[in-house]
Design a protein around this ligand. Structure first.
Ligand code: GRF
Length: 201
């Protein structure tokens, strides 16, 4: 299975996938063929380069409209012929052109238990709300924001002394394992969507 991974920051989810594949290249059943980002100079791109992977950067400000950026992102991604696109800490919402080309084949990981706390500050919002448990969600991307069918979720207890950073770090430990497990299972068995359920045989 050919994966293109999209990142915006430190890329520890990407690194977890790279490490899992490197540990069992034949058995994992998926390979990362390229890594894309919405900005240059991030650690996520360094991780890709260290792994010898092709990378690409699509910056919104290099385009006159959001739609043009979205089309450029779709083109850059399509050049690597992915079977599955994994948005791992990618902080932009993909648009119509991207979904027209890859709809139903884009995974996203979100650091909260969707449908609670969608959007760019899920950890901060959960903490502010005062939840006692939060966690992470791996889901298919649809045309909404963090609204696509859910594939897997992991639970994380919130501690009284938590701040956004400590809580997010603990969520990311669960999130990295969850993402690797979902990609491994999909690579092995595929998946189908029935209504809002994603079934991996
Ligand atoms: C992850 O928790 C992701 O869910 C959120 O930002 C974090 C990215 O972490 N959107 P990394 O770049 O994979 O280290």
């Amino acid at each position: 299975l050919r994966l293109v991974v999209l990142v915006s920051g430190s890329g520890t989810n990407l690194q977890a996938l790279l490490d899992a594949i490197a540990a069992d290249p034949a058995g994992f059943g998926a390979e990362i063929v390229a890594v894309g980002a919405d900005r240059p100079g991030i650690t996520g791109l360094e991780r890709a380069q260290r792994a010898g992977l092709p990378t690409f950067v699509c910056r919104v400000k290099d385009h006159t409209t959001r739609e043009e950026w979205d089309e450029a992102l779709a083109e850059a991604t399509a050049a690597h012929r992915p079977d599955l696109v994994v948005s791992a800490g990618f902080m932009k919402i993909v648009g119509k052109a991207f979904l027209a080309r890859f709809g139903g084949r884009v995974l996203n990981t979100h650091p909260a238990l969707l449908p609670s706390f969608p959007g760019a500050h899920g950890v901060r919002d959960a903490l502010a709300y005062g939840v006692r448990v939060t966690g992470c969600t791996v889901h298919l991307v649809d045309d909404g924001v963090d609204t696509g069918p859910i594939i897997a979720q992991g639970v994380v207890q919130v501690r009284d002394e938590d701040d956004e950073t400590t809580l997010h770090e603990r969520i990311k430990e669960v999130e990295r394992a969850l993402l690797v497990d979902v990609v491994r299972r999909i690579a092995r068995d595929g998946y189908r969507v029935v209504g809002r359920r994603v079934l991996i045989p």
